[in-house]
Structures are given as C-alpha cells and as structure tokens.
Design a protein around this ligand. Structure first.
Ligand code: DAK
Length: 259
C-alpha cells in the first residue's frame, strides 16, 4: 500500500519502522495519517518476519497533536456520529507485537497520547511532552486524562492537563513516562537496538509478556496475578521454553523458533 502521511521501512529484516511524515504540520494527526498508521501497524503485525515495531516522527516533532485545522469546524454531531478518535486512533491497541515509540521534539496532545499508546517510550533529549488541549477549549480525548496519571501520577497529570505546561525529557524519565532518554543523534540507534533485542527472544513469550503487562492496567491485582500465572504456565507448552532453558544450562546462546 502506498502511504502519503507516513513512511515505512524494515530494519535488520525484523523491525518495522513507521515514521510520521507531515513535516509542514509538525506531524499533526489527521484522519488520513491515523488510517495509514493503523494499516501499517496491522500489516507489520501480520508479517511473520517482523518481531517488533517502532513509531517515530521527525527531529522537531513526534506529533504536535490532533490536526487543529481539521478539528476546528467539527460540531458535536460530527465527532459523536463519526466516532471521532475511536474509529481509527485505537488500532494501535489491537497490535500484539511490541511497539516502541521513539520520540524526539514535540509530543503534544494527541501526539503524547499516541506515544503513551505504544508499549514504551524511548525519548531523545530534546523531547517535550504535553497535554495542551485546555488552551483550545477542549480536553484530552485519546486517553490523556487516563494514561498520563497512570504513568506519572495524579499531581503531574493534573498540572499538565490544567496548566498546559510541557514536560521535558529529563522530567519525563524521572516521572516514569519514558523508559530511557538518549542524545538526539543516538535515538534511532537505541530504539533499533532495543527492537532487535526483542526480536531475538521468543515471539510467543514476548507477546505474552506484553499482554500480561497490559492486563495490569485493566484488572485488579488478584485477577492480574492469576492472568500472569496462567500465561506463565502456558509458556511451558512452548518449544522456546525448552530451548531457552536448555541453552542456559548448556551455556550456549538460545536460538528461538517462536513456537
Ligand atoms: N495541528 C495543525 N497544525 C499544527 C499543529 C496542530 N496540532 N501544530 C503545529 N501545526 C502547524 C502550525 O500551524 C504551523 O503551520 P504554518 O503556520 O507553518 O502553516 C506549523 O505546524 C509549524 O508550527 P509553529 O509555527 O507553531 O512552530 P513553533 O515551533 O513555533 O511551535 C508548537 C511548535 C508545537 C509549540 C506549536 O505549533 C503548537 O503549540 N502547536 C499546537 C500544539 C497543540 O495544541 N496540540 C494539541 C492539539 S489538540 C478528541 C480526541 C483527541 C483530541 C481532540 C479531540 N475527541 C475525542 C473529540 C486531541 C486533541 C489535540 O491533540
């Protein structure tokens, strides 16, 4: 499929990279971009050769939010009847292989929300995160009021949603929003190295780990632990468990076949 608002490539034969590509609008997220992003993620997820995905933007902007120009004229009936956001923004939540957000520059509004929908965020040292929707007379609409407090706690989430202040990369790492901060010129190398590391593990175990961690956000502790326990038990039905443990015992590198 030919894309106009994103660029896709495969790195190392195993990592699907998706770069948001509306540079003149700082990668503002419109319907076309979200449709194309969803299609690209689904295609990589279905590709046996791909073990991990990276979503990134440009040096200046991961994404400066939903496209304000496109939104400006919407009425309540437009967004409600058209199922705005839900219709095409949440495809990423259905992706079963890991998705890393490699964020440089602005990740604002829907851009911050998109990064938070990924499995973890590697940030460049120039990254800036924010939920500035309040300045536009609206509130975050793609999970900002729900995922941000889970990541950084109520006080910082309220501060960002109510004052529209941005959080820099250092603060974002300290607060737990991002997993690592690296120099801008090393960001893609770091994200790619993380992705390739993941690709070399058992794909079954990787998908199960992702599913189990995500379950922690949707269930109480006892239910979450039970889900984890059953998934853990299920790992013993895989040949990758035999391979991983045999390799350790015999002091050799494991060669997983993802079965
Ligand atoms: N949308 C459209 N165009 C944008 C944009 C955006 N979000 N952000 C930047 N641009 C465009 C600018 O208009 C400008 O275009 P030209 O004037 O050159 O044609 C170009 O990108 C460069 O921007 P600036 O000239 O402003 O660049 P600066 O470096 O001076 O400033 C900035 C960068 C990121 C600080 C600034 O552009 C800015 O504040 N942008 C807006 C950030 C923002 O407010 N983001 C939140 C958007 S609201 C919903 C669910 C979710 C949402 C909404 C509804 N429902 C369920 C209904 C989500 C909402 C949002 O994300």
């Amino acid at each position: 499929m030919a894309y106009e608002t994103i660029e896709t490539r495969v790195e190392g034969g195993k990592v699907g990279v998706i770069a948001l590509n509306r540079p003149k609008q700082l990668n503002a997220l419109n319907n076309q971009l979200m449709d194309e992003l969803g299609a690209a993620l689904k295609a990589f997820d279905a590709d046996e050769a791909i073990g991990c995905m990276i979503v990134t933007g440009s040096e200046k902007a991961f994404a400066a939010g939903a496209d304000i120009g496109a939104m400006a004229g919407y009425s309540f009936a437009d967004v409600y009847k058209g199922d705005y956001i839900t219709r095409n923004w949440e495809t990423i939540r259905t992706i079963r292989k890991p998705v890393i957000a490699a964020v440089s520059g602005f990740a604002l509004g829907g851009g911050c929300e998109l990064a938070m929908m990924c499995d973890f965020i590697i940030a460049a040292d120039n990254a800036k995160f924010g939920q500035p929707e309040i300045k536009l007379g609206i509130i975050p609409g793609a999970g900002g009021t729900q995922r941000l407090p889970r990541a950084v706690g109520k006080s910082k989430a309220m501060d960002m949603a109510l004052t529209a202040r941005m959080m820099d990369a250092t603060e974002a790492e300290r607060a737990g929003l991002v997993s690592r901060v690296v120099p801008l010129d090393k960001m893609m190398d770091e994200a790619l190295a993380a992705a390739l590391t993941i690709c070399d593990f058992s794909q079954v175990a990787v998908m199960a780990a992702k599913e189990a961690v995500n379950r922690s956000f949707e269930s109480g502790l006892a239910d979450g632990i039970m889900f984890e326990r059953r998934m853990f038990h299920a790992m013993f039905a895989t040949s990758d468990q035999k391979e991983g443990m045999d390799a350790f015992v015999n002091k050799r590198k494991a060669q997983f076949n993802h079965q």
